[in-house]
Design a protein around this ligand. Structure first.
Ligand SMILES: [Zn+2]
Length: 296
């Protein structure tokens, strides 16, 4: 395995050859180590014959492929990219070169991580179905998806993270390790949101009005994490029970939050109640009650 550049910060990363994942020493992003795919000769020759390429063109492609691999060995992803682009000019539907190009784009260190992720995903969107790909080629696609999600996992801002997650999900529906990254990310967000709400209720009681960013985080996170949707439901019950506390600007956002929460929350929900002495009690509520709530 040649040296890689971290898709997030561009630092050189040296996989020891045994692990499928390495962690960047500089930024902590976890990287799926997909081998750049080297052509197996029989398949490739057949492919180019089927594509109607002449022997001369096929030889040219073989030479270009060798060059590209040498550039990758030298971690020169910019030159490798140019070489794969040349191959694709000759053979536009050649999947291995396309995914190799997409990997180079991700590792090249040019542009912001989000720009590189977008370019990489665009290059990887091919008409071939996943099951039609040989495992090594599919592994490249999964690796791109994992690495993009991994950059998202390290984002400070939820909305930035979601941009990466959406790109990753648009490429590969399901991938155990990638899905775990996303779930872990939202588990962290859930803890922060719960803490915010606990603190607000403890200090302000029935006078708490959530701010806009808080609503937006619940709304954006609900599709990825039903606990966040459930928390949104608790907030909606509270807003309906204590409307006087809620800022007018926030009231306008509640119907939208309700629509989104209803798509992702569970059936068993919780409602907050305040005791006479200011104590807080959680009581149970359900999905149907949430459906019936109306907001002005
Ligand atoms: Zn890094």
């Amino acid at each position: 395995m040649s040296a890689l550049n971290c898709p997030s910060c561009g630092a050189g990363v040296s996989p020891d050859g045994s692990a499928s994942y390495v962690v960047c020493d500089y930024c902590g992003v976890s990287i799926s180590v997909a081998e750049f795919f080297k052509e197996g000769s029989t398949n490739t020759l057949q492919y180019f014959a089927d594509a109607g390429l002449s022997e001369e063109e096929t030889k040219a492609i073989a030479r270009l492929s060798e060059n590209a691999m040498l550039f990758i060995e030298a971690s020169d992803y910019r030159k490798a990219k140019q070489t794969f682009e040349q191959i694709l000019t000759l053979a536009p539907s050649h999947l291995p070169s396309r995914f190799n190009l997409a990997l180079c784009e991700l590792y090249s260190g040019e542009g912001s991580p989000l720009e590189r992720a977008k370019a990489s995903v665009n290059l990887s969107k091919v008409s071939a179905k996943d099951h039609q790909m040989i495992p090594q080629i599919f592994a490249q696609k999964e690796s791109i998806a994992y690495n993009i999600a991994s950059i998202g996992f390290k984002q400070e801002n939820v909305f930035d993270a979601i941009n990466f997650f959406q790109l990753s999900l648009s490429l590969v529906d399901r991938h155990t390790e990638r899905d775990k990254l996303i779930a872990d990310f939202f588990a962290g967000i859930l803890q922060k949101c719960k803490k915010t709400m606990d603190n607000e209720f403890a200090s302000k009681g029935k006078k708490y009005s959530p701010n806009r960013t808080f609503l937006e985080i619940l709304q954006a996170g609900a599709p990825y994490c039903s606990d966040l949707a459930d928390l949104g439901a608790t907030l909606l019950f509270y807003a309906r029970d204590f409307p006087a506390a809620i800022n007018n600007k926030i009231k306008e956002c509640l119907t939208t939050l309700q629509q989104i929460v209803l798509q992702y929350c569970r059936n068993e929900l919780t409602r907050i109640q305040f005791g006479i002495l200011g104590g807080i009690k959680m009581t149970s509520a359900n999905n149907a009650e949430l459906t019936r709530l109306t907001f002005p």
